[in-house]
Design a protein around this ligand. Structure first.
Ligand SMILES: [Zn+2]
Length: 86
């Protein structure tokens, strides 16, 4: 019995690796040493629509700045400037 070959070999396509253009994080680049918790507009850029904090990979921050941003966001939440969750 001749059967149709159904199992085709999947081509292993390797994605072209994205080259990151910017290496410095936005806060290091602008030389911001303190992230203000009252600057809601800035902090909102680091949040998802539902109010979760973007990961370091997503936001592109360095470890130190991410920590500062995290602290600022948590402070802003406590002061009811930002939502905990939506
Ligand atoms: Zn940084």
């Amino acid at each position: 019995m001749a059967r149709f070959k159904t199992a085709k070999k999947k081509k292993m396509r390797s994605r072209p690796k994205r080259v990151r253009e910017q290496m410095e994080c936005r806060f290091c680049r602008d030389q911001i040493s303190y992230i203000d918790y009252k600057d809601v507009e800035l902090l909102q850029k680091l949040l998802t629509q539902r109010g979760k904090i973007f990961s370091r990979k997503r936001s592109g921050n360095c470890a130190g700045c991410q920590r500062k941003a995290q602290k600022a966001i948590k402070r802003a939440r406590f002061m009811a400037l930002l939502p905990y969750a939506t």
